[in-house]
Structures are given as C-alpha cells and as structure tokens.
Write a protein that binds this ligand. Structure first.
Ligand SMILES: [Zn+2]
Length: 67
C-alpha cells in the first residue's frame, strides 16, 4: 500500500508521515491538515494532506498528486 510523504518546509527534505492510505482515501481527506513531528529539524509542522503525495513501498517514485 502506498504511504504518504510530505516535505519539511525548513530543510526541504522528504518526511514519511507514517500514514498509510490509498488514493480514494487521500482524495477524501485532501483538505484535511496533518500535524507531525519532523525527523529532520525536530519541529512540529502542519501540512495539508493535499500538499503531500503518495509513494509506493519501493520508494522514490512519486505516483500521485491530489489537488
Ligand atoms: Zn522540519
């Protein structure tokens, strides 16, 4: 199952949100915001689900953007 990735606004590095979802769910919650503890800069960030993207389990492949 794909997992949800976003980007740290401070370091521009990718962050695994540890939130496993599918495309239908992602589309439904795309206007929701998620808060997460950033592993790169240590701060707590808030982002829209719609600003995140899905990668498959192999990693490195950006497979979807929800707008
Ligand atoms: Zn950060």
């Amino acid at each position: 199952m794909p997992y949800l990735i976003c980007r740290c606004p401070e370091t521009q590095r990718r962050v695994d949100l540890q939130l496993y979802t599918d495309y239908a769910t992602l589309a439904r919650i795309s206007s929701n915001s998620v808060r997460f503890q950033c592993p790169h800069c240590g701060a707590e960030h808030e982002t829209n689900v719609g600003a995140a993207w899905l990668e498959d389990a192999l990693g490195g492949i950006s497979v979807a953007h929800v707008s």
